[in-house]
Ligand binder design. Structure first.
Ligand SMILES: [Zn+2]
Length: 305
């Protein structure tokens, strides 16, 4: 796949404001982190953004080509998002996958810490299941490369072996139904990419981060020339009022919310701040003023797309 934008995006990420710079909201959220942790946090938010965008692109392909979906669409497009990132076959995309697995795990841990009821009726699988499903595809393709992600989840060895066949079946099924829609060589699609200015000043840093990371451009570049999509599909980053991402069939628009970039950054920053402390640190923390961990991550279970 072509990914000439990636080096540009990565250069942009390295140039991001670090704590101590002007960007107040981001600086505040990353406060107390080491330089490495700041870089890891930004990379984590970037990787999760890619997964969410490819998930929405999955809804887009289903809707634009009227593809059959045998089973729950949310599960199917999670699988497609994982497959597309796996097929992109680059370190950045591999990291996006492992970061997204961690994203679902952190989300589940935050929900459990807040004693939220698990919405078994939701259109999506539970966050931990989404992590396991992703890891199954990943180790199904390359057990060695993604061993650490599987080990972190204590993914059983026996299950990993089954995933080889499941990955192949999923890959052949998805790329089989998409094959008639493949683009002829040399023909590119025209997407309309817009990074909207947020009204909420707290989100400005995250809007800048989203634009600098070129997440919409990367999605467009990876999709363009792959499938016969009619021109004019909108890829938009915007303030939404919730941490989410959407595909609108009527508007033919994928929307990525700045709140999601903010949430992923805050979530992993909180993990770094609170997750790796000794018991002494924890005792001390109770008496000091620290920012509380988010009580809810990734929006509500019902609204998340
Ligand atoms: Zn969805």
């Amino acid at each position: 796949m072509r990914r000439s934008l990636l080096p540009l995006a990565l250069i942009g990420l390295l140039a991001l404001p670090m704590p101590g710079a002007q960007a107040a909201a981001l600086t505040d959220d990353l406060q107390g982190l080491s330089k490495q942790q700041v870089e890891d946090s930004v990379e984590f938010a970037f990787g999760n953004a890619l997964f969410f965008l490819f998930h929405e692109a999955g809804h887009m392909l289903v809707s634009e080509f009227n593809l059959p979906v045998l089973g729950r669409e949310e599960d199917a497009v999670d699988t497609l998002s994982t497959l597309l990132l796996l097929e992109a076959d680059g370190d950045v995309f591999d990291t996006a996958l492992t970061d997204s697995v961690d994203g679902w795990t952190l989300s589940a841990e935050a929900s459990e810490a807040a004693e939220e009821e698990q919405a078994l009726w939701d259109v999506h699988a539970l966050d931990r299941q989404r992590a396991f499903s992703m890891v199954c595809m990943m180790v199904g393709k390359d057990a060695e490369k993604f061993k650490e992600s599987a080990d972190n989840l204590e993914f059983p060895e026996e299950r990993r072996k089954q995933c080889v066949g499941e990955y192949q079946k999923a890959r052949d099924s998805w790329f089989g139904v998409l094959k008639p829609h493949q683009q002829a060589d040399g023909q590119n699609n025209k997407f309309t990419i817009t990074y909207k200015k947020p009204n909420n000043k707290e989100l400005q840093d995250y809007a800048d981060l989203t634009k600098t990371a070129k997440v919409l451009d990367i999605l467009a570049e990876l999709l363009s020339g792959l499938y016969k999509l009619d021109d004019g599909i909108k890829l938009t980053a915007a303030e939404c009022g919730e941490s989410n991402a959407y595909w609108s069939p009527s508007e033919r628009e994928v929307t990525y919310c700045y709140e999601l970039m903010q949430l992923h950054t805050q979530t992993v920053a909180n993990y770094f701040r609170n997750g790796e402390k000794s018991s002494d640190d924890e005792a001390e923390e109770k008496t000091s003023e620290t920012k509380p961990a988010p009580t809810r991550v990734f929006g509500t279970a019902t609204a998340r797309q």
